[in-house]
Ligand binder design. Structure first.
Ligand SMILES: [Zn+2]
Length: 500
């Protein structure tokens, strides 16, 4: 008879695919098939060897397959830059393409997906639960099925019922995408071998908080959660922060504990971590200044660059990325030595490319997508840099910016780009000849991911709460579906409860 150890050398068939986006139900434009094709779109077998949001589990599975013990069948891997609700046709066609690939790959021992956890499509408030449940219907109960999720996810009972293992990122910025993917694949293959019997417990904290893991007290919390894993039957612990701009019933900060067949212990641990997180509410966010407070502060600082995060216009949270509030105020106050980027304006980029490098022209910049983007800014600029099909690194990934131009006017340098995305790294400026270390203020459109690339060059980091689609005062968001009461929207002590 074969023991579990012997089975390690039995070839396993794995199917891995990816489908995700973070849906902002308040964003003024939909997520379409174009959004997926422009951001990360890799038909089966075409994913590069560098990690992406769509394909980290695929890379991990390739490494396992390369060891010679397993066979990998690759499916479609695609992620869209966050925006509004995904159109029904887009979601259903991408989902069905992946499910058809899974059917064709049968029989399999392991199925793994890269998903976000906060994807909403027209008619589907829980796309991940829908995809996992349909995959389970295809493979049946004996196959190890799981997913890697973004920590800004809404954990649901539908996901838990369908999957054996769910693993969310722990770090914000999400610098641990590959580590979590490796963990997911290790847990799923161990499940398929019969070495472990994963059981998931889910607790709701009664709160919805913004949590920055680069600073205390969240830094230590994440380290404590990591230290619990691999001991006393605890396989994995995930903190789902939730995403405040996705209006669904399951919105909230939730704790997922995966144990090796220790259901009661898992539930107790999930509840105790939830209590700890709830007690820390209101202390885990980076806070923010108004635009003028941030400029006043930066002007007093001796040395730059002061990196200022325009959190409210973060394309990574579904904002347009074309808001002009900070640019306009800098012009009004005649503040110079400022670099801003990336400001999404394909029309302005096309105009600058037509005019050519070195041209000076009147340009209408930004403010096109919605009232929260502010009014367009008209200024005379010189085109000082051009980069076609530019990229910026984010951890091990190389994230596309589209075509970029640098324009300069009134002492302000602006990077305009064609592919809606947030600021990850100084390369977004250096690609087009702007050295951010030589500017006193560097304004980046990002909530927190910029931290990975900019912290090392910043003399100081300021978080700014301008108007915008993902303005940090999310308490003012008007929900229709979210489960209430919930801190910080409602008074009273938050209710911590076990969901599964
Ligand atoms: Zn996220």
């Amino acid at each position: 008879m074969l023991t579990p150890r012997d089975l390690e050398y039995v070839t396993m068939r794995m199917f891995v695919a990816g489908l995700g986006t973070e849906t902002n139900t308040f964003a003024p434009f939909p997520t379409s098939e174009r959004g997926f094709r422009e951001t990360e779109y890799f038909p089966a077998g075409t994913h590069p060897d560098t990690p992406t949001f769509a394909g980290a589990p695929l890379i991990a599975a390739r490494r396992l397959a390369a060891s010679g013990n397993h066979e990998l069948i690759e499916g479609l891997c695609t992620f869209a830059e966050p925006a509004g609700v995904t159109t029904r046709q887009t979601y259903e066609s991408l989902r069905d393409e992946i499910l058809d690939q899974l059917r064709a790959a049968m029989p399999v021992d392991v199925v793994a997906f890269s998903m976000h956890g906060a994807m909403i499509a027209d008619g589907y408030d829980d796309c991940e639960g829908d995809l996992l449940a349909r995959a389970r219907d295809i493979v049946g109960p004996g196959v190890a099925l799981g997913a890697e999720l973004d920590l800004h996810c809404h954990f649901t009972t539908t996901m838990l019922e369908a999957a054996d293992v769910l693993v969310a990122y722990k770090e914000y910025p999400h610098t641990d995408i590959m580590e979590r993917a490796e963990e997911l694949m290790a847990l799923l293959t161990a499940t398929a071998r019969g070495d472990i019997k994963p059981v998931m417990a889910l607790a709701d904290t009664g709160i919805l908080d913004l949590i920055h893991t680069t600073q205390e007290p969240a830094r230590s919390l994440v380290d404590r959660l990591s230290a619990m894993e691999g001991k006393d039957g605890v396989l994995s612990v995930s903190l789902g922060h939730g995403f405040p701009w996705g209006d669904v019933a399951d919105l909230g900060t939730r704790v997922l504990v995966v144990t090796d067949d220790r259901a009661e212990q898992g539930k107790k641990l999930a509840l105790s971590i939830a209590s700890e997180v709830t007690a820390m509410r209101g202390t885990m966010d980076a806070g923010y200044m108004t635009i003028d407070e941030a400029y006043d502060h930066a002007l007093k600082a001796r040395a730059g660059p002061i990196v200022m995060a325009d959190k409210s216009d973060n394309a990574g949270g579904g904002a347009p990325g074309d808001s002009t509030w900070m640019l306009r105020r800098a012009l009004e106050r005649e503040i110079t030595s400022v670099a801003i980027g990336p400001l999404w304006d394909p029309i302005a980029v096309a105009t600058c490319l037509d005019a050519g490098l070195g041209a000076t022209l009147p340009l209408r910049i930004g403010g096109k997508m919605c009232p929260l983007s502010g009014e367009p800014v008209d200024m005379t600029v010189t085109v000082t840099g051009v980069a076609h099909d530019a990229h910026q690194p984010f951890g091990p990934a190389n994230s596309p910016l589209g075509d970029c131009v640098a324009v300069s006017g009134s002492g302000i340098d602006i990077v305009l780009n064609t592919l809606r995305t947030q600021a990850f790294a100084p390369e977004l400026f250096t690609n087009v000849g702007i050295d951010p270390t030589e500017r006193h203020m560097v304004i980046v459109k990002s909530t927190q991911h910029f931290h990975a690339g900019f912290a090392s060059i910043a003399t100081e980091i300021l978080h700014v709460g301008a108007p915008g689609v993902v303005a940090p005062d999310y308490k003012n968001v008007t929900f229709k579906k979210a489960d209430r009461p919930k801190w910080p929207f409602d008074d009273g002590e938050p209710t911590i409860r076990l969901i599964a």
